[in-house]
Design a binder for this molecule. Structure first.
Ligand SMILES: [Zn+2]
Length: 351
């Protein structure tokens, strides 16, 4: 208890209100849009500037559109007023509504150049992602029936996304110029291959999407590389999502920032402390997994079961991503080795 008698939660809520008020003074307004996903609401940000800019859209659903419209209206705007739509990365809770918003408003759509083909060909690209995930899961010991069930779940979610044409491709390092500010476009892959953050260097403010989230560690999901067409045996080049993510976090940690506005949940005031906490957590998990592998060789799926028990089918891919990310740290440090037996990989301690 503090002297004022406020609980930790009350203090947190007060800090959140103050941070959002600071953002609002800069003309940046958070619109928390509902999603059907476990993560809960997704944050879109309206930047009152010229052009009137919306960063991320929420998923493709009537409920999301309705709440977005209400949020805009409360700020004195309509969907039709949006002039620039910026997409942070390839997840449907962030871009699902973009096509509808662009059609209604005539807004330009800005996203990383390398992400444009994915967004334009969303349906086919989502299919390729599923093929990639399926191969990876079978290769790492997840039973066939779980893989089949997950495929159905994924197909069921597909409608929350919709293909959208990028009319303003962005390059890493360039500046997006609005009348009242410049936003540095920075590619920060790891959570997904296309994660892009937007930094107002003068105001020390970053729009971070899922690159950094306060209340959950952004799971670096094993994802098909953007340039991978799915034709080749992708399992030979398993992306090292956690290593990529840690490198991206290091670059963000080195920046002077006083406010980070994430894609989910509350604003972040001390990004360096939060990133340090994440680094410690990843080290702890890697140590724990090293211990399990030292006992006997195990597949990634066996390690996940040891750590979390028989997780829900829908979590099988998340936990696999989590385990493989940490195994990658151990592989990099020469502490474990990978063995392939009849197309299924297990890990054993390095001798
Ligand atoms: Zn995401």
């Amino acid at each position: 208890m503090s002297a004022a008698g406020a609980s930790a939660q009350e203090l947190e809520e007060q800090a959140e209100r103050e941070a959002l008020a600071r953002a609002a003074e800069m003309g940046i307004h958070r619109l928390a849009i509902p999603t059907p996903f476990m993560v809960g609401r997704v944050n879109a940000y309206l930047i009152e500037d010229s052009p009137l800019t919306l960063v991320d859209s929420g998923p493709n659903s009537a409920k999301a559109l309705d709440e977005l419209e209400q949020g805009l209206e409360a700020l004195g705007h309509r969907v039709e007023d949006i002039e620039l739509l910026v997409i942070s990365h390839q997840h449907i809770d962030h871009f699902g509504l973009a096509a509808i918003l662009a059609r209604r408003s005539g807004a330009q759509v800005a996203a990383l150049e390398a992400l444009a083909p994915f967004l334009a060909g969303y349906g086919r690209q989502a299919e390729l992602d599923d093929v990639f995930a399926e191969r990876l899961m079978l290769r790492h010991g997840i039973p066939r029936e779980v893989v089949t069930a997950l495929r159905a779940v994924s197909a069921g979610f597909r409608g929350w996304g919709q293909a959208v044409e990028v009319t303003r491709p962005l390059r890493d390092g360039q500046e997006l110029e609005l009348a009242g500010r410049r936003l540095r476009v920075l590619h920060r892959p790891g959570h997904s291959p296309s994660d892009t953050v937007f930094v107002d260097e003068r105001r020390g403010t970053m729009l971070a999407a899922d690159h950094l989230i306060a209340h959950i560690s952004s799971n670096p999901l094993l994802t098909r590389p953007l340039e991978d067409t799915g034709e080749e045996a992708s399992e030979q080049t398993r992306p090292q999502a956690l290593l990529t993510y840690i490198e991206s976090l290091r670059r963000t940690r080195a920046m002077e920032l006083s406010l980070v506005l994430p894609g989910h949940g509350r604003p972040i005031a001390d990004h360096a402390a939060l990133i340090d906490e994440r680094f410690r957590m990843h080290e702890r998990r890697a140590r724990r997994i090293a211990g399990l592998i030292a006992e006997r060789p195990r597949t990634a799926h066996e390690i996940a079961q040891e750590l979390w028990g028989n997780v829900a089918v829908t979590q099988a891919f998340l936990t696999l991503s989590e385990v493989l990310g940490h195994v990658d740290l151990l592989l990099r440090d020469g502490r474990v080795v990978e063995e392939d037996e009849d197309g299924v990989v297990s890990f054993r301690a390095a001798r």
